[in-house]
Design a protein around this ligand. Structure first.
Ligand SMILES: Nc1nc2c(ncn2[C@@H]2O[C@H](COP(=O)(O)OP(=O)(O)OP(=O)(O)O)[C@@H](O)[C@H]2O)c(=O)[nH]1
Ligand SMILES: [Mg+2]
Length: 463
């Protein structure tokens, strides 16, 4: 790793394609010297000051003119990576940008691996690990809210909170180690009650963070909505009405949808992943049977279940069973009944609110009446979920952070158990140390190369 850090690396940092400009980023000890081999401007880049931009010609090794470029120079440590950096802005054609990169690679610069610029920023102490992950999330953010959470994380709000927990645990561990040193003299140095209270209060802090995960995941990955119901209720048509396009096949033949179909829409800045499913019914058709099996699986993995019902009939046994099963087996699920086809004359109103406590929205996938209220009902789920959110609190959106917090909590709980059952201090200390390690890995104070490689490989090249 250390040897590799000495390399000067380069990559195209802007998306590949036609654009007004493209940026080739070069970072490393020799960045200025190596880029200047191809740059002919008023000033030699090795003499340039930090944070200055220089116009000139970019030339190949034979002096051939490739493009007019602007080189922006950043001198260590005040750059993104913490190293000397030159950003070559050239005209945004694919060919020109590639030629600029090729020339640079010919002079002994190495092509950067995915995330290597950010990895260097981390290794040079410019950012901590959770901030590095936030950068990856910002690039991938699909909605305003997801973006906002990533920005918060980049600013270090998560790091700060995690650091506070870590400090407290290290303090507790310190007390314990002290006691271990004196164990032979049989002196009780630690106030057990104080120690216990300290651990208990940190368990509560960790639990609070863990609780934000389910909701945090919603922001990051979107809210999963399943449109379910018996055949011909109008699920596919409703899906098309929500998307405002003819995406799913709609026919009057029951059993039209055999496999599920997933599409995304954004409502009030939140991403919803809507899945149209195969109608639920007992069937002998093997393809349809498989479709029904998949539908049941989708229901289990959804945040919101929209039961689409044909309002020209009353709820049938299959539908009632579906409602009851969902409410019983999926306590976290949020259910909405879309009483569809209300444009038809013989439509009926349904009283599932009193009977099952689920909300009802009257819709017509044909006339689009009730589609807006359905969207509002979907949105309400997000509002209810975020009710416990307060502005100061941090949201956990990252599975790695979640797992580490979980490990830390388990460590603390078993450490408490050992304390309460009068086990020796070694046991208490061991679990406590496990917890500290798990917490430390979130911001990268204590970390292993495996975790690092895993995180940075998720970046695109050039970042
Ligand atoms: N009048 C009226 N007809 C509708 C409405 N929604 C759907 N339909 C009709 O009902 C029939 C079935 O609609 P689909 O959307 O294919 O129903 P589905 O629930 O996806 O059915 P499967 O895929 O077979 O499970 C079609 O003829 C639609 O045009 C509605 O709101 N009003
Ligand atoms: Mg369908």
């Amino acid at each position: 790793m250390i040897g590799r850090l000495k390399d000067t690396i380069a990559a195209i940092s802007t998306p590949i394609g036609e654009g007004a400009i493209s940026v080739v980023r070069v970072s490393g000890e020799s960045a200025r010297r190596l880029v200047s081999n191809h740059f002919s401007g008023k000033l030699n880049l090795t003499e340039a000051k930090s944070h200055t931009a220089h116009f000139g010609r970019f030339v190949d090794s034979k002096g051939g003119h490739i493009d007019d470029v602007v080189c922006t120079v950043f001198i260590a440590p005040t750059s993104y990576t913490g190293e000397d950096t030159v950003e070559v802005s050239c005209h945004g054609g694919i060919h020109v940008t590639r030629r600029v990169l090729e020339c640079l690679l010919e002079t002994g610069i190495r092509l950067a691996e995915p995330g290597e610029f950010t990895q260097r920023a981390f290794l040079n102490g410019k950012i901590d690990l959770s901030q590095a992950e936030a950068i990856a999330d910002i690039i991938r953010a699909q909605s305003d809210k997801a973006h906002k959470i990533s920005i918060d994380q980049l600013e270090g709000t998560l790091s700060k909170e995690v650091k506070e927990i870590q400090d407290q645990l290290v303090k507790a561990a310190g007390l314990l180690e002290l006691e271990l040193d004196f164990v032979e003299e049989d002196i009780e140095l630690v106030d057990k009650t104080e120690f216990q209270q300290l651990i208990e209060s940190e368990i509560i802090s960790i639990k609070k963070l863990l609780d934000t995960f389910k909701y945090g995941k919603v922001w990051r990955e979107g809210v999963r909505v399943a449109l379910v119901g018996i055949p011909n209720a109008g699920k596919s048509r409703l899906m098309n009405a929500l998307l405002k396009e003819e995406r799913a096949i709609v026919t009057s033949i029951p059993g039209t949808t055999r496999d599920f179909l997933e599409e995304e829409i954004i409502i009030s800045g939140v991403l919803f992943r809507i899945t149209d499913t195969a109608g639920l019914r007992h069937t002998e058709d093997s393809i349809e049977k498989e479709g029904v099996r998949r539908t049941r699986k989708i229901i289990q993995n959804s945040d919101i279940i929209v039961l689409v019902h044909d309002s020209t009939s009353f709820l049938i046994t299959d539908e009632i069973e579906l409602i009851k099963n969902s409410l019983e087996n999926l306590p976290d699920a949020y259910m909405i009944l879309a009483n569809n086809k209300t444009d038809l004359e013989n439509c009926k109103s349904i009283n599932a609110k009193d009977a099952y406590g689920i909300q009802i929205v009257n819709t017509s996938a044909l006339s689009h009446e009730g589609i807006e209220p359905l969207k509002i009902a979907l949105e309400r789920y997000v509002i209810e979920k975020s009710r416990n959110d307060n502005k100061e609190s941090v949201t956990i959106t990252n599975v790695r952070h979640y797992n580490n917090l979980l490990r830390a909590k388990e460590g603390l709980i078993s450490s408490l158990e050992s304390l309460k059952t009068g086990k020796s201090e070694e046991f208490i200390a061991l679990d406590l140390r496990r917890a500290i390690e798990a917490i430390g890995e979130i911001i990268g104070v204590i970390t292993t190369e495996d975790i690092l490689n895993d995180i940075f490989s998720k970046f695109c090249i050039g970042k």
